[in-house]
Write a protein that binds this ligand. Structure first.
Ligand SMILES: [Zn+2]
Length: 199
């Protein structure tokens, strides 16, 4: 059983897609312009910001997950770097300007129900730069810094709690840049490309 959505027409030229064997699988492909439908993917970013022995959480104002507390974050635009996306989303949701430190975690969620995108979620550790905590009421009903113990009474998403707890543990060990860091000065194909590697 395939969970990939069966598109009928080419999104580039509107010709009828045909079932074509491409790289070991039958895929919808366009005989006119050679578009291949590989599937649907979305990339999300999240940010962990620590203050002392606490981490920043926001309470979602809308569904999905209304009332739930999570680390701030959102989706990456097609032409946007993941670092720019987390800085933008973090500022929008909390009013705080931050600077990405390292990639703490990657979550992978392939499609297991029809009509959903394969979702990849990349979590950054952030440094505070400036700004006052002013949650955006369109997205967030409350925001605040909490210890993992204080989270026990809140409806916190387990992944957010895990990542925040882990980041606090790493901070206590004195690790300044836990995880993958952006390596500057290396040539990679694509003007917007960035490489993240162990420090
Ligand atoms: Zn086409």
């Amino acid at each position: 059983m395939s969970y990939v959505r069966e598109f009928k027409f080419c999104p580039q030229c509107s010709a009828k897609l045909t079932n074509t064997q491409v790289e070991g699988k039958v895929r919808k492909a366009c005989p006119a312009c050679h578009y291949i439908h590989w599937g649907e993917y979305s990339v999300g970013v999240g940010g962990v910001l620590l203050q002392g022995d606490r981490g920043l959480l926001v309470q979602r104002a809308h569904n999905p997950g209304k009332g739930r507390w999570t680390i701030p974050g959102g989706y990456v635009e097609q032409d946007e770097k993941i670092e720019d996306a987390i800085v933008r989303e973090f500022l929008e949701e909390t009013g705080l300007q931050t600077d990405p430190v390292s990639v703490l975690a990657v979550k992978d969620r392939p499609v297991d129900v029809p009509g959903v995108k394969h979702d990849i979620y990349i979590v950054f550790l952030l440094n505070y730069l400036k700004g006052e905590l002013t949650p955006d009421p369109r997205e967030v009903s409350q925001a605040g810094f909490y210890t993992p113990e204080e989270c026990q009474g809140l409806n916190v998403a387990p992944l957010s709690l895990h990542l925040m707890t882990k980041a606090l543990e790493l901070k206590r060990t004195g690790k300044v840049k836990p995880g993958f860091v952006r390596l500057d000065g290396i040539k990679i194909l694509g003007a917007l490309s960035e490489l993240y590697t162990l420090p």
